[in-house]
Design a protein around this ligand. Structure first.
Ligand code: GLU
Length: 276
C-alpha cells in the first residue's frame, strides 16, 4: 500500500440528474483526497448510448461547484473507446473472454454455466470481434479461466479490511455489451488505472463489483488501488434514499435557492433531515 496522498474520483453517469446520494458520494471522495493532500477527480461515464446526455454532465459540474467542491476533470469515457476495445480484444485473444449471442433471458433458461458448453464460441469466432460480427454478440469474461490464471487475489477496503476476491457468483460477466462499447466493469477498471486513482470511493451498493474489478486488474496487469465503499444515505424509514421517488435533484435544490455549502455540511455531519 502506498503512503502517497490519495487520488480519488467521482464518476457519475449522465443519464439523469444527481441526487443527495450522489452529493454524499462526491463529498466523501473529495474530502478523503483533500484531507490527505491528494487529488479529487471527476470523470463523466457517458457510454450508456442514447441515455447519456451532455446536458446532464454540465449540470453535474454546476452541482459540484454549488456544493463547494473543487476537482480536476479527466477525459469522459466516450473519448476512450479505443482503449476499451484494445483491452477487450486482448482478453479475447488470450482465451479469457468469449463472444456470446444469447440474451440474458436465454442464458437464464440454460443449465448452470459449467454444463452449458453451447454458450462458448469456438476460437474461430474471434475474428468477428473487430468487425460488424460483434454486433449482436456480447463479450463475456470466462471467469473459470480467469481465476485459473490469476490465482488467489486480495483487495483492501478502508472500512471492510482485507477481502479475498470472489467474483465467481457473478458468472461470466459481460465486458462489452451488445449495444455498447464496453461494460461498466471493463471501462471503470481501465479508467481508474489510467487516471491514476489510488483510492476508489463509491457507495456500498457497488461493493460486490470490486471483486470483478480486482480480477480484471490482475488480468490486465493494472495497478491495484485501495477501495472505500461508503454507507448509503437512508431516509427516516431506513430506506435507501436513492429509491425514494420524487425527491428534488441537486439541480432542483440549486434552482430553488438552497445553499449548497450548507447542504454539504449537513451531509458531512450526517444529520440531514429530508425536507422538500
Ligand atoms: N458511473 C457509475 C455510476 O454512476 C460509477 C460507479 C463507480 O463509482 O464505480 O454508478
Amino acid at each position: 500500500m502506498s503512503d502517497l496522498p490519495p487520488i480519488t474520483r467521482f464518476a457519475p453517469s449522465p443519464n439523469g440528474p444527481l441526487h443527495l446520494g450522489h452529493a454524499y458520494s462526491a463529498i466523501v471522495a473529495h474530502d478523503l483526497a483533500r484531507e490527505a493532500g491528494g487529488r479529487f477527480l471527476l470523470r463523466i461515464e457517458d457510454i450508456d448510448g442514447p441515455r447519456s446526455k451532455p446536458e446532464f454532465a454540465d449540470e453535474f459540474r454546476r452541482d459540484l461547484e454549488w456544493l463547494g467542491l473543487e476537482w480536476d476533470e479527466v477525459p469522459a469515457q466516450s473519448t476512450r473507446l479505443d482503449h476499451y476495445a484494445a483491452a477487450a480484444e486482448e482478453l479475447l485473444e488470450r482465451g479469457l473472454a468469449y463472444l456470446c449471442c444469447l440474451t440474458r433471458k436465454e442464458l437464464s433458461g440454460l443449465p448452470p454455466r459449467r454444463g452449458a458448453d453451447g454458450l462458448k464460441y469456438p476460437a474461430s469466432s474471434r475474428g468477428q470481434f473487430a468487425g460488424e460480427g460483434m454486433e449482436g454478440a456480447a463479450l463475456r469474461l470466462d471467469i473459470d479461466r480467469a481465476m485459473e490464471e490469476v490465482g488467489e487475489l486480495l483487495w483492501i477496503d478502508d472500512i471492510a479490511g482485507e477481502i479475498k476476491a470472489d467474483p465467481r457468483p457473478f458468472g461470466d460477466v459481460v465486458l462489452v455489451r451488445k449495444d455498447l462499447p464496453a461494460s461498466y466493469h471493463l471501462a471503470v477498471t481501465l479508467d481508474d488505472a489510467r487516471d491514476g486513482v489510488t483510492l476508489v470511493t463509491r457507495g456500498l451498493d457497488l461493493f460486490a463489483a470490486s471483486h470483478i474489478h480486482r480480477v480484471l486488474q490482475a488480468l490486465l496487469d493494472l495497478p491495484v488501488p485501495r477501495w472505500h465503499h461508503h454507507r448509503l444515505l437512508l431516509d427516516e424509514n431506513g430506506e435507501k434514499l436513492a429509491k425514494r421517488k420524487g425527491s428534488p435533484s441537486l439541480s432542483d435544490r440549486r434552482r430553488m435557492g438552497e445553499e449548497g455549502a450548507v447542504l454539504a455540511e449537513q451531509l458531512r455531519l450526517q444529520n440531514f433531515t429530508l425536507g422538500t
